[in-house]
Design a protein around this ligand. Sequence first.
Ligand SMILES: [Mg+2]
Length: 321
Amino acid sequence: MKLIFKKKSYSFKLSTKVENSKTTYLTKLGWIIKLSSNDKKIGFGEVSPLQEQDFKKCAKQLNMIPENVEVFNLSEQINIFHPCIQSAINSALAEINGKIIFKENYYFDEIDKTAILLNSENVISELNEIKKTRSNIGKSLTIKWKVALKNNNEEEANLEEILSQIGNNIKLRIDANGSWGRKIANRWADILKDNKNIDWLEQPLCVDDIEGLKELNKKIPIALDESLLKFPNLIDEWKGWQIRRPSQENNPVKLLRELENKKALISISSSFETGIGKRWLYHLSSLQLQGPTPKVPGLAMNKFPNSFLFLNEAQKIWDQL
Ligand SMILES: [Mg+2]
């Protein structure tokens, strides 16, 4: 099958900066790609690198893809490319081949349908704000807190305050982005291990400390995130929760199949994609919610600006970019 490959770059500012223990995100850069087949089928994909060095690598490699290309040659060529490029091309091919058929609506716009990412600078006042605006609704909420940004004493004091303030209807996810050592991780695991509010501790130890992560997972649910990206084999081996980011994996069709086959303990997470990548996030998240261990996805919905880039029609985004 002959294909025409086209790409367009995008850039947008998050509504507020997002900090984790390793990086601060404010401006997001990436590309939307479009593949058209000779029988007039179209597939879109998004190249959504998170770090500057990955962005540079993707820029160079995207320029190596010719505009007119055979599907076999394209699939061969991208095997050595950055996972974000592989993800975009494989997503677009899956759309052309009918391996994924998006719905018109997915209903993740309401705030309690996704996890709310707290601003790490002032978690307590933000939590109070959320409680105030949501108090008479009584629905359950999930909040996500990025830790290992301040000193541990201060964060443990914040934890105590948070735990004293959340009732049964607020679930908590705590993400250290790989920055704790075993000692601190174990302290937090001991504090939280019998707590009913905690969904999981996310990537508490560095990506390489798989033994330490396995030990912790015996005490409290541990969700792997960055470790899965560095060691994709863990996707088939890790027995606990997995944070899965379709735009960062070589082929999101694998994730699609896992969810279609009702694999448990998967949670879908955003890498600040536009409406193009969001179609996958929504589709996979809705499958996740129909699976054996439903959990709201982490889509950082409160961080996106108002822009055509987040429309739910891929062709309109492409045309306006
Ligand atoms: Mg994470």
